[in-house]
Design a protein around this ligand. Structure first.
Ligand code: ADP
Ligand code: ZN
Length: 790
């Protein structure tokens, strides 16, 4: 089945009062919503509800209920991409309600999406079986999901699944048993018992269900029940879903600098406006962006609305939660992949009912069913992890803007190095722009120098130049921290047989296997395949001839250890930590000064605060300057800026050194001059001349199959029959084998579609794709506004 669908088959959520959408208020060329809005419905008195608990927010928008017996369109929560008609039950139905309906002999769960389609004759309409005890999905949320599905050419049910990924969603309010540390010591300890008690001791604030506790401790449930009998573990009844602690909005933050005050005032006005607006908050690392947007959070909460802060990296949430607690006396609610099922469910319900006012999370938090979302902050907005690259392909930054435009709320995009699209939108006035020009206190931006590697005397297989090594030695003497940055995980990117020249590659992908010496294995960074390091070359059989080529973070660590044998080093690479929690702890210890030299991958570029750091050395500034990628220069610029911005946050001035073989490259030059605006202007001019985004729009099309010829044949057929695209003036480039031509045994062929900014791209692509048949082995992926061209 093709992923594409005719985008307008399902009418999106009906909006009460159905205001006409005024043009395109935000920077996206989103498709128009079909005007299936605003049919007046039969008046039905709302059900007499019990008095709401005090923490519940007032209903922000009122939606008419469907009258008893009225025809409604139900969206099944399965794969079926269409509305099914039923009639409302005797007490009527709330739009957005989760319901059970009969489908053939079965009962399925669905959502009351809007009025029925009229496809089923009146006489055959079956009634909704029952309404489930879950907060209904509000109209703005349904509209958001509908428009996000249309924008990304995703079947609506797949999009809705992003918003309903909470376990036990439809089970209703209930009590449950939870387990905590008990009062009694017990005599006979076993390994299993010790593990259970250790988990409870490590998480005093959590209450686990039996399954969660057993899972985390790696024991059977009987062990826990035994401990309960002996009084070492307490079993208690708890409401499944409790509201989160209330933040103290009157607590005082730091006293802001004049620049910060101006920015905070502008953002507060944005929050008071209760209308859609987006602001690019630009400021170097350490200029106080977080401090300033917390003021907007406070104002939003004062308005009785909710706020969401998106972070690019789970490891950053710890520091952020601490900041929030420090500022408001209680932490924010967290949403990310490392949460327990119970916490997910609780947060889902609490965002829907108002029991969570400030949420911090990864990109998927944007799909939480907030009751009244007043503010979305996208911190480090340039970060590539905001684009989800598998499953539903969406960019959380753009979707935040879409959601805010529907919810009438504010968006703050915070970054020292915004992406070109955001910079451009601020430049042409679509976004407001606030700039924090200086670092707080005495901290000044680091001086940035290029180390011209052509002039350095450096041995083969070594990567730290004498100039950089010298600078590190100075830091060691002064007991300051240095950071050496290399954006490559593992020991060496290539393993070569010195006898026959063979390079070790992944059996399933067109990718080299990367040696991870720490794990003593070879690993494919595409598919995750690992295998032990062979002794003999798999090609020629020669033994002892396999040798590493090129640097990875582990190999750099080895070199640093031999250069500075007495220094304490720490390697920060995502694959070296078993869990988000252990990574978080490592980062906190390093920030406290537990290491003299930090060796890290791009993980360190993501906004961590290391106050004792005064030197940032970039091992290979040229890596990434060239790529098949439209955004190579922009990303290199952002990464180098972020890394060099890590140095000198406190009162010691910082220094950044970029090792490069091309000190005259325009990107390197712009970084050296500290000339961001110059860089963006040049980059924007280049894109304009090439007719590339944001001055045009792209869609990446990938066809994949186990059979290379099948994929190529279909791509050729698609490229030849492009009338729907030609009609809107779009060009089709390709087909060509993708840069990574095989992943997990599937061959990949790419096409690229380019259209004018104003052209109805999604509509044309849907028509185009609908012309072709896709046998089951052939998979079509459509990526609107692609970030990756691999
Ligand atoms: P950014 O988000 O731009 O990197 P932060 O808001 O994290 O900057 O601020 C960097 C550091 O400076 C933080 O420790 C923050 O508490 C502190 N800080 C920011 N503004 C002020 C201020 N006006 N007075 C005192 N400390 C401040
Ligand atoms: Zn692989």
């Amino acid at each position: 089945m093709p992923k594409a669908r005719a985008p307008k088959r399902i009418a999106p959520a009906a909006l009460p009062g159905g205001p006409e959408r005024e043009g395109d208020p935000f920077g996206l060329d989103l498709m128009d919503v079909p005007a299936a809005l605003a049919e007046s419905r039969a008046e039905a008195p709302p059900e007499a509800a019990p008095a709401p608990p005090a923490w519940r927010m007032a209903e922000p928008a009122y939606e008419d209920r469907f009258a008893p017996g009225e025809r409604v369109g139900i969206l099944p929560l399965g794969a079926l991409d269409r509305l099914l008609d039923y009639k409302a039950s005797a007490e009527g139905l709330a739009p957005g309600a989760f319901v059970e309906v009969p489908l053939g002999p079965r009962q399925i769960v669905g959502i009351v999406w809007g009025p029925g389609t009229g496809e089923v004759p009146e006489a055959r309409l079956r009634p909704v079986t029952r309404v489930l005890d879950a907060p209904p999905l509000r109209a703005p949320m349904r509209e958001f999901l509908g428009r996000a599905a249309d924008y990304t050419l995703t079947p609506l049910p797949a999009m809705v699944r992003l918003a309903t990924r909470a376990p036990g969603l439809t089970e209703g309010q209930a009590m449950r048993h939870v387990y905590r540390m008990g009062p009694r010591e017990i005599g006979r300890m076993t390994d299993a018992r010790t593990r259970v008690l250790a988990v409870l001791r490590d998480h005093p604030e959590m209450s686990f269900t039996l399954g969660e506790l057993a899972g985390m401790a790696g024991v059977g449930t009987a062990v826990i029940k035994g401990l309960v009998q002996q009084g070492a573990v307490l079993e208690a009844e708890a409401a499944r879903d409790r509201p989160y602690p209330v933040l103290d909005l009157d607590a005082k933050g730091v006293s802001l600098t004049p620049d910060q005050m101006l920015a905070a005032a502008a953002l507060r006005i944005g929050a008071e406006a209760r209308s859609y607006n987006t602001t690019l908050l630009k400021g170097v690392t350490g200029s106080g962006k977080t401090e300033v947007y917390l003021e907007a959070v406070a104002e939003t909460l004062r308005q009785g609305r909710q706020a969401l802060v998106l972070l690019p990296e789970i490891a950053l949430t710890g520091a952020f939660l601490a900041r929030v607690e420090h500022r408001f006396g209680a932490p924010a609610a967290e949403w990310h992949s490392g949460m327990t099922q119970t916490e997910r469910r609780r947060l889902w319900r609490m965002t829907a009912t108002g029991g969570a006012s400030l949420v911090v999370g990864a990109r998927s938090a944007l799909f939480l069913p907030f009751r009244d979302l007043g503010l979305v902050v996208v911190d480090e907005e340039h970060d590539t992890s905001y684009k989800q690259e598998d499953g539903v392909l969406y960019n959380a930054r753009d979707m935040a803007v879409l959601r805010a435009s529907i919810e009438k709320s504010q968006v703050i995009l915070a970054s020292a190095t915004p992406c070109l699209e955001s910079w451009h939108n601020a430049e042409i006035g679509k976004y407001a722009r606030l700039t924090l020009p200086a670092r707080v206190g005495l901290a000044v931006l680091p001086t940035v120098k290029a180390v011209d590697m052509r002039l350095e005397d450096i041995a083969r297989g070594n990567w730290v130049s004498p100039t950089l090594a010298n600078a590190v030695a100075h830091r060691l003497e002064r007991e300051e921290q240095s950071l050496l940055f290399i954006n490559r995980r593992g020991y060496a990117p290539v393993t070569l047989c010195r006898s026959c020249g063979h390079q070790l590659g992944c059996p399933h992908c067109d990718a080299r296997l990367v040696e991870h010496r720490f794990m003593r294995r070879l690993m494919c960074h595409q598919c995750g395949e690992t295998q032990p390091m062979p002794i003999a070359c798999p090609d020629c059989g020669a033994e002892g001839k396999l040798s590493p080529v090129g640097p990875g973070v582990e190999r750099l660590a080895e070199e640093v250890a031999s250069l500075f044998p007495t220094a304490r080093t720490a390697v920060l690479s995502s694959d070296l930590y078993g869990s988000a929690k252990s990574l978080k702890e490592a980062i906190e210890q390093i920030a406290d000064g537990a290491a003299d030299i930090i060796i890290g991958t791009q993980l360190v570029a993501k906004g961590h605060n290391f106050p004792k750091l005064t030197l940032a050395g970039v091992i290979d500034a040229d890596l990434g300057l060239y790529g098949s990628d439209l955004r190579a220069a922009e990303r290199t610029f952002a990464l180098m800026r972020q890394v060099s911005g890590r140095a000198g946050r406190a009162d010691a001035p910082g220094e950044a050194m970029l090792q490069t073989y091309q000190p005259h490259h325009p990107v390197i030059q712009a970084i050296l001059r500290g000339d961001d605006e110059g860089f963006w202007r040049a980059e924007a001019d280049g894109r304009r001349m090439a007719g590339m985004p944001p001055f045009s729009r792209l869609a990446g099309i990938v066809l994949s199959s186990e059979d290379a010829q099948d994929a190529m044949d279909k791509a050729v057929e698609m490229a030849r029959n492009k009338e729907p695209l030609a009609k809107i003036g779009a060009e089709v480039w390709g087909p060509a084998p993708a840069p990574i031509a095989r992943v997990r045994g599937r061959h990949r062929v790419r096409l690229l579609v380019k259209a004018d900014r104003g052209a109805p791209l999604q509509d044309a692509i849907a028509r185009w794709a609908a012309q072709f048949r896709f046998p089951s082995d052939l998979r079509l992926t459509i990526d609107i506004d692609p970030q990756s061209f691999m």
